[in-house]
Write a protein that binds this ligand. Structure first.
Ligand SMILES: O=P(O)(O)OC[C@H]1O[C@H](O)[C@H](O)[C@@H](O)[C@@H]1O
Length: 551
């Protein structure tokens, strides 16, 4: 799509000049002092969310140069190509249509390769509605006639991170009788722990896998099946095992009733699949109406992204701020700080979304990108992170941008906590921005009665440079709709960054090599195999594992 390398574009060069000539000299504390309207100018509202990006090392000119970059990199054309079902995932010859999963029934019908996309999406949603209503109402029962009490989702990557994150975030909306559990790791400790908590008579397993060939999921599913068969018969399996997949053949080979399979399609990437039948555990827990609101929240963000001019487009702005920090200020990571305990898995979800999408170094035309791409995504909920790693964020040698995510109205009724939580969130972003200069520290220490020698010794340690960038995203409340909008915001932000870097955000070839090698080594862990086929370290580790197995 691009003919010019990113670093050769006029917009990129203009940004380099702007950065070196001006931006490196700014301190946000001064920018705020001079610009009382900075929040009004540098915040945007969309789909119920507010993004405050004023605490970044930017001026209006920075933004207009960044917007030029988005235009020069044809973000709008690529966006329209995605929404219309073009095969923008060209290494896998696939369309990228997770947005169609949340498009209302009345929208313009979409066709891809002869498939009636919208009709198929809504047919599966109908199946999900039926099934979830039967389980929730107690009509669908286990093999001994008892109501279902526990849902165990077996899946990994995109078939796990979304359902687990969303079920946790929307706990307030959960059915009182149902508990959700998630088994992802191939480590048997994971399955063992969940099985020890559930009753085979009242447990429903969802085997969730796009491909239905993922080693971890298949092994966990087989073991769960064996566990179940110690309590029930083959003919009882249908009441306790359902599948979500694009691979009908493998699902029936596993022995799952085709009527209990919820399909989705190859144009839904694993990390974009929470909106598909992969969200079945969510629909079971919060009910179909709430699940529909979750989809509607995402759709509202889709419409905003698709229809709003770039300069007022929330995902575009968020992406451009990220590019500015990553490619001009060389920040290596982005810390995610959700100030809502329900969002404690949100950073893990974003790790897959952003790092699997944009952890690439080759452009769409097969050459090196030439600049840094996706930063490391990490973080923890506030206020926990403040007492663990925030020291480094305040005074460490790296400058790490932070996304603060706060929710104005809590979903609990415990007095006093929410204001303390919000106060901490806002205080942190203020502290990162302002810092505390030597004069302020000196005045403080004088007040405490320190003499000059003590004061001068402490001064550098107590000084904070500030000028550390952050975004704040505000949600009025954490509801299915606002959570849907929030996830879609990050999806589109990721898309825009991928478009600017010129990479394919929708494949993940890097995951393959480890998978292939694991298969080889798995064979060699059997006593008869010869392990001396690798490097000295790998050979020694294999030998030690074999010796331990034999003891
Ligand atoms: O849903 P599955 O086919 O089981 O795939 C689960 C996960 O595994 C793969 O390794 C991919 O890297 C992920 O994108 C995917 O979400």
């Amino acid at each position: 799509m691009h003919t010019t390398a990113l670093t050769d574009t006029a917009a990129f060069k203009a940004l380099q000049q702007h950065h070196a000539g001006q931006a490196v000299h700014w301190h946000m504390r001064e920018l705020f002092a001079q610009q009382p309207d900075r929040f009004e100018r540098m915040s945007v509202r969309a789909a119920g969310l507010l993004l405050d990006y004023s605490k970044n090392r930017i001026e209006s000119e920075t933004l207009s140069l960044l917007l030029n970059l988005a235009r020069e990199r044809q973000v709008e054309a690529l966006r329209d190509a995605m929404f219309s079902g073009e095969k923008i995932n060209f290494t896998e010859h696939r369309a990228v249509l997770h947005t169609a999963l949340r498009s209302p029934a009345g929208d313009t019908p979409l066709q891809v390769d002869g498939q009636q996309v919208s009709a198929d999406v809504h047919a599966v949603l109908g199946h999900i509605r039926d099934f979830t209503e039967r389980v929730r109402s107690g009509q669908w029962r286990g093999h001994t006639g008892r109501e279902i009490t526990d849902i165990v989702n077996i899946g990994i990557g995109g078939s796990y991170l979304g359902p687990q994150m969303v079920c946790t975030a929307l706990r307030q909306f959960s059915h009182a009788r149902l508990k959700a559990h998630f088994v992802s790791n191939v480590d048997g400790h994971d399955l063992d722990e969940v099985l020890s908590r559930v009753d085979p008579e009242t447990t429903l397993f969802i085997v969730a896998s796009k491909t239905f060939t993922t080693q971890e999921t298949m092994l966990n599913a087989q073991s769960a099946r064996r566990w179940f068969l110690r309590h029930g018969n083959e003919s009882d399996l249908a009441r306790h095992f359902v599948a979500v997949s694009t691979n009908a053949r493998e699902v029936s080979a596993f022995g799952i009733d085709p009527d209990n399979m919820f399909p989705f399609w190859d144009w839904v990437g694993g990390r974009y699949s929470v909106w598909s039948a992969i969200g079945l555990s969510i629909a079971l827990m919060i009910g179909f109406e709430h699940f529909s609101q979750f989809l509607a929240g995402a759709h509202a963000m889709d419409r905003h992204f698709r229809e709003t001019p770039l300069e007022a487009n929330m995902p575009v702005i968020q992406a451009l701020i990220g590019i500015w920090n990553r490619n001009f200020f060389n920040s290596e990571s982005l810390s995610i700080a959700p100030y809502h305990h329900g969002l404690r898995y949100f950073q893990a979800y974003l790790q897959q979304l952003e790092m699997e999408s944009n952890g690439k170094r080759i452009t769409r035309d097969g050459t090196a990108v030439g600049v840094a791409t996706c930063p490391f995504i990490w973080g923890d909920v506030g206020t926990n992170g403040q007492h663990a790693f925030f020291q480094l964020l305040h005074q460490g040698t790296d400058i790490t941008p932070i996304d603060f995510i706060a929710v104005l109205k809590p979903s609990h009724g415990i007095d006093g906590h929410h204001q303390v939580l919000l106060a901490n969130c806002f205080a942190q972003s203020e502290a990162f921005m302002r810092g505390k200069d030597a004069d302020e520290v000196r005045a403080d220490l004088r007040k405490q009665g320190l003499d000059d020698a003590e004061l001068n010794a402490l001064l550098p340690h107590k000084t904070f440079d500030g000028n550390r960038p952050s975004n704040t995203i505000l949600l009025p409340e954490l509801t299915p709709a606002t959570l849907g909008s929030l996830i879609a915001l990050y999806e589109h932000k990721t898309f825009v960054q991928g478009a600017i870097w010129g990479i394919n955000s929708f494949d993940q070839w890097g995951v393959e090599l480890g998978k292939v090698l694991a298969k080889t080594i798995h064979g060699e862990l059997h006593a008869e195999a010869n392990p001396a086929l690798h490097d000295a370290s790998t050979n020694a580790l294999i030998t030690l594992a074999k010796q331990a197995q034999q003891q």
